[in-house]
Design a protein around this ligand. Structure first.
Ligand SMILES: [Zn+2]
Length: 67
């Protein structure tokens, strides 16, 4: 799944860089926690990965019918 290399710090608006990297044989999965460090205020942010990607441009699809 897609993991951004940087995110915007919600405290200072600076750039937070990815601290965690997936192992080659163990890619990110939903529920994994990845850590970022802000280069401006040095705050650490732990983000729980989810399947919901707000940056995904695909339109939302309702779940219909049995799986
Ligand atoms: Zn910051």
């Amino acid at each position: 799944m897609h993991v951004p290399e940087t995110i915007i710090c919600v405290d200072c608006g600076g750039v937070c860089h990815l601290l965690s990297y997936p192992r080659p044989d163990e890619p990110w999965e939903s529920g994994d926690i990845i850590a970022y460090r802000c280069s401006d205020c040095l705050d650490r942010w732990d983000i729980v990965m989810t399947d919901d990607d707000p940056d995904d441009d695909r339109p939302w699809q309702p779940e219909t019918g049995p799986a």
